[in-house]
Write a protein that binds this ligand. Structure first.
Ligand SMILES: C[S@@+](CC[C@H](N)C(=O)[O-])C[C@H]1O[C@@H](n2cnc3c(N)ncnc32)[C@H](O)[C@@H]1O
Length: 288
């Protein structure tokens, strides 16, 4: 039988034969070809890991072959694994992801951990996530602090759709708003934490070609890279409750500039935390 791609389908080839094949083809792309082959097969066939093992010797149908080769073609074209799979893990949550949203990074888990520090486990607290993308930060906080009132703002309607879908499954209590940073919020709302992982690359950043599959507007702030951080800091102080804290992820070379912006905006206890590699990645300030 001939598939849509014009390649003859071999009905004697089992799932395991395909798994070996994928693994070999993925070797040039990744240092975890075995794992990626399993994940891509699982996504193409709609199976979990245990079912992949159980069905290892069963033949692959022509339709299944079409789905497997479509995913492999995407991956070989450099599409990030997360977009091929349509889901990604962040802070222990399985999130749907699509090309409209930034793929949540492990680095951003540091921001979540710091935001949760000192945030009461019981009782009312209010948290705002600016530029929520997939909803990763808002949902991680909502899961860890189910009593908290969590708000999330996103300018991209397509990204917000992904966040809302994740929210419906993981934390229906989160309030999702579309708009430009603080603009869609009621001006009377005050927050105990404002968190953001905003775009912070300059439009000339040499890493951008490697990130070409992710949305430009999620990555690039403008000519300096500091434009979004400046706007979030400028509007943050008046939105915080007393002792409320603004926490911002930024590039490893932006710590000094962000501390300066926080100090100039009147924040106290301004500090920067490093990641495991010792790079400055999250700066914060408190309203007193
Ligand atoms: C670096 S991504 C972070 C996504 C998510 N918070 C995460 O950590 O994975 C920045 C997000 O900010 C959004 N964004 C950019 N400019 C914005 C603006 N003016 N107002 C609200 N959101 C904005 C982008 O669309 C993007 O989803």
């Amino acid at each position: 039988m001939t598939s849509d791609s014009g390649v003859t389908h071999d009905p004697s080839r089992s799932l395991r034969d395909w798994q070996y094949d994928l693994r070999e083809q993925l070797r040039v792309l990744t240092d975890q070809p075995e794992q990626e082959a399993r994940w891509l097969l699982a996504a193409a066939l709609g199976l979990d890991g245990a079912a992949l093992l159980r069905n290892a010797l069963l033949p692959i149908s022509s339709e299944e072959e079409t789905r497997i080769t479509a995913l492999l073609t995407q991956r070989r074209a450099g599409v990030p694994l997360a977009y091929c799979l349509g889901e990604w893990s962040f802070y222990g949550l399985d999130l749907c992801v699509a090309p409209a949203v930034l793929i949540p990074r492990p680095d951003t888990e540091t921001l979540v951990t710091l935001a949760l520090e000192g945030l009461a486990e019981e009782g009312a607290s209010r948290v705002l996530d600016l530029g929520t993308g997939s909803g990763a930060i808002a949902l991680a906080i909502a899961q860890a602090r189910p009593q908290a009132e969590v708000w999330a703002v996103e300018r991209s309607p397509a990204a917000l759709q992904v966040a809302r879908a994740n929210g419906a499954l993981l934390a229906p209590q989160v309030h999702w708003l579309e708009g430009d940073w603080y603009a869609p919020l009621d001006s009377a709302l005050r927050f105990d934490r404002i968190v953001a992982n905003p775009p912070y690359l300059a439009d000339s950043d040499p890493h951008l070609p490697d990130l070409r599959h992710e949305p430009w507007d999620a990555l690039v702030a403008g000519p300096s890279g500091l434009e979004c951080l400046e706007r979030i800091i400028a509007g943050g102080y008046e939105r915080l409750s007393l002792l409320g804290m603004l926490l911002l992820e930024h590039g490893p070379d932006q710590g000094n500039a962000v501390r300066g912006l926080l100090n100039n905006a009147g924040f106290s206890a301004v500090q920067t935390r490093c990641d495991l590699a010792g790079r400055e990645r999250v700066s914060s300030g408190t309203r007193i």
